[in-house]
Ligand binder design. Sequence first.
Ligand code: AMP
Ligand code: MG
Length: 407
Amino acid sequence: MKSVDAHLADILEGVEPLPPLHMGLLETIGCVLAEDVVSAVDLPPFDNSSMDGYAVVVADVAGASTGSPVLLPVVGEIAAGSSFTPTVAPGTTVRIMTGAPVPAGAQAVIPQEWTDRGVRDVAISRKPEAGANIRRCGEDVHAGDVVLTRGTTIGPTQIGLLAAVGRARILVHPQPRVVVFSTGSELVEPGEPLGAGQIHDSNSYLLTAAVRELGAIAYRVAALPDDPSRLLGEIEDQLVRADVVLTSGGVSVGAHDVVKEVLSRSGTVEFVTVAMQPGKPQGQGTIGPQRTPIITLPGNPVSAFVSYEVFVRPLLRRLAGAISLHRPTVAAVLTEELRSPAGKRQFMRATLIIKDGNYVVRPVGGPGSHLLGALSQANALIVVPEEVTAVPAGYAVTVMVLDNPRS
Ligand code: AMP
Ligand code: MG
């Protein structure tokens, strides 16, 4: 049997991030930056007011108090976006709105709450500090600053910054495109009635959803029957839009395990038994003239899901240019004893909660790899190392976090 680590290493061997492309700002969400972004501008780009109020010369209002307000003539008004900027000469004031450029001569902005909000003349009843309520040019970002570094994953706040510095197109690693097949003559589309011996195809939906949740692009192909004469052609037809091909089913030792039967002949896909539970039968390699990576997952839904987490997700993260490939893990206290087969790494579905500030983890569902009901309750996988065969309740285990712990 091949170890989990050796199989993953073979899958990642020689895989590089997809070549960078310039993409429109909103298309880059979730992508990894392939350039250091240097700002061409200062932020703010000009001194501007942080309040609605009155721009003044500080000495003019030094004596202002509630008891004896200072009266100044209002010689103009500046709104945000205004290009007309009157000068504030000593003994005058200009009404100014939030975001408007601070006029020449002004040393502070008096918030309108400190005034009678006058239009022709204004009575000011408090004195400001010099520079009060002025947001200075460049105090956030200087032109020439590296504002985001290569390798950063772009989220909403990064998009906001890129927009603020005026960038419409960004050099990023594109998200990988994944074609998802399921195989099995028993499979029927959800929504269609089941005949004798048939089940609904859940794997292609689960895997497509997992790929999309990661931010990658998934194309789901309707289930293929166990027909060796069709399989290769159907896969090859999809290669134009695939950075990765993912199949499920047909990789164990049965008479109709056509994925293994057909792809073994190609010589570029290796079929192995991996020392893990669930997910023992696995295949990986390349297909087609571009040597597109292909991973053939086992058909049992829980096995397919766990194998996706362990082998496919890191591959997709690598192609997307991500630096960290793996799910976060935490140590959690086990609620009940668990047993695990010797020599295999076990990935046990579990619910992870936070109790009194500590992680606590409880296995859900039985060992069966067909148990989708219990799988849907799990937000974590307990990872039991190969050499461990039992862990008593109350001991700490390593847990792969799939979703937020509950509390
Ligand atoms: P296989 O790996 O093809 O031998 O399939 C193993 C088990 O998983 C069988 O019980 C299949 O019916 C089931 N299975 C295979 N593919 C799917 C699928 N796409 N959706 C749901 N169950 C599946
Ligand atoms: Mg099958």
